[in-house]
Design a protein around this ligand. Structure first.
Ligand code: URA
Length: 273
C-alpha cells in the first residue's frame, strides 16, 4: 500500500496530468486505431519566450541616465505601493507609451513563493495583471497541482511591467533598465523562494550566460535580500509549454523540487555565513 507521502505525490501527479489535458488512462494494450480520437487542436500561440539555448549573452548592465534614474527610484521605495507609484511615474522607457496599463503584481505580497515571468501580453496589458491569459491559466494549474495559488501562497510579477509592442521578446536594454525595479520588488515582497519562469527572467535575475534549458531543474543562489541568500528555481515558461507539451515533464520535475523545498523547509532564505 502506498505511504502517505507516496499517496500525496501520486495525487499531485494525477492533478498535474489532468491539468495538462490528460483525459484517459493509458491501457496495457494499444487501442485499435479507429477508437482513437483526433488530438485536440494546438493552442493558439501566445506571448512568451522560446527557451534561450546555448551560451546566450548575459544582460549588459551599462550605466545609462535612464538606468540610473530607475535605480534611484527603486531604492527610494520602501513599500510595494511606493514601488508601484515609482514605476508608474518612470518615464525612461517608450514601452510606457504603447502599453495600456502598468502590470505590477498579483497574488499575496509576502507569499512564500514569488514567480517572475517575462512581460505582459495583450490580456495582461488590458487587465493590468500578470499571467491572466492562456499561459497564466496554465501557470495557475501547474502551481495548483502542488497546492499553491494566488489567493494564499503565490505572488507573481514580470521582468518588464509594460507589454512590448506585438509581444516581441524584451531586449537586453529593456531587461537591464527595469531590473532595479524587479530586484526591489523581490526585496519588498520577501518571498522564501523564487521561481523564474522562462529564459528572460532567468537571464535577468541570475545574470547568467546559460540558456533556460541548462539553468532549469536546480536551485541557484541570488543575493537580493541584503544579508540573506534567496534560492531561485528557473523553469520553462508556460507559453513555451503550451507550444511544446513534451517539455511539461521537465516543468513537472521542477515543480516537484519546489514542493519538496517547501515541505522540507530545507531551502529558503538562509543567513549568509
Ligand atoms: N507571459 C509572461 O511572461 N508574463 C505574463 O504576465 C503573461 C505572459
Amino acid at each position: 500500500m502506498a505511504s502517505h507521502s507516496e499517496h500525496h505525490a501520486l495525487l499531485a501527479s494525477l492533478r498535474w496530468q489532468i491539468a495538462m489535458g490528460a483525459d484517459e488512462a493509458i491501457l496495457e494494450e494499444a487501442a485499435p486505431r479507429a477508437r482513437r480520437t483526433a488530438p485536440p487542436p494546438a493552442p493558439a500561440p501566445e506571448r512568451g519566450p522560446e527557451p534561450v539555448r546555448g551560451a546566450a549573452a548575459p544582460v549588459a548592465r551599462k550605466a545609462t541616465p535612464h538606468g540610473e534614474a530607475a535605480a534611484a527610484l527603486a531604492e527610494k521605495a520602501s513599500t510595494l505601493d511606493e514601488l508601484r507609484d515609482a514605476m508608474a511615474g518612470f518615464t525612461g522607457s517608450p514601452l510606457r507609451e504603447t502599453a495600456t496599463n502598468l502590470v505590477f503584481g498579483d497574488g499575496i505580497p509576502g507569499a512564500p513563493v514569488m514567480v517572475i515571468g517575462e512581460a505582459p501580453g495583450a490580456e495582461e496589458d488590458r487587465q493590468g495583471k500578470p499571467f491572466v491569459g492562456a499561459s497564466g491559466q496554465l501557470l495557475d494549474r501547474m502551481f495548483a497541482s502542488i497546492g499553491l495559488n494566488r489567493a494564499e501562497s503565490l505572488y507573481i510579477t514580470n521582468i518588464l511591467p509594460f507589454r512590448p509592442p506585438g509581444n516581441r521578446t524584451p531586449t537586453d536594454a529593456e531587461i537591464s533598465l527595469f531590473l532595479p525595479f524587479v530586484l526591489r520588488h523581490v526585496a519588498l515582497a520577501r518571498p522564501r523562494l523564487l521561481v523564474l519562469a522562462g529564459g528572460v527572467a532567468a537571464k535577468g535575475i541570475l545574470q547568467s550566460r546559460e540558456g533556460i534549458t541548462r539553468l532549469r531543474g536546480r536551485w541557484h543562489q541570488v543575493s537580493i535580500l541584503g544579508d540573506k541568500v534567496l534560492m531561485a528555481m528557473p523553469t520553462l515558461h508556460p507559453a513555451y509549454l503550451l507550444r511544446n507539451p513534451i517539455a511539461k515533464r521537465d516543468a513537472w520535475a521542477d515543480l516537484l523540487m519546489l514542493q519538496r523545498a517547501m515541505n522540507d523547509g530545507g531551502i529558503g532564505a538562509k543567513e549568509k555565513p
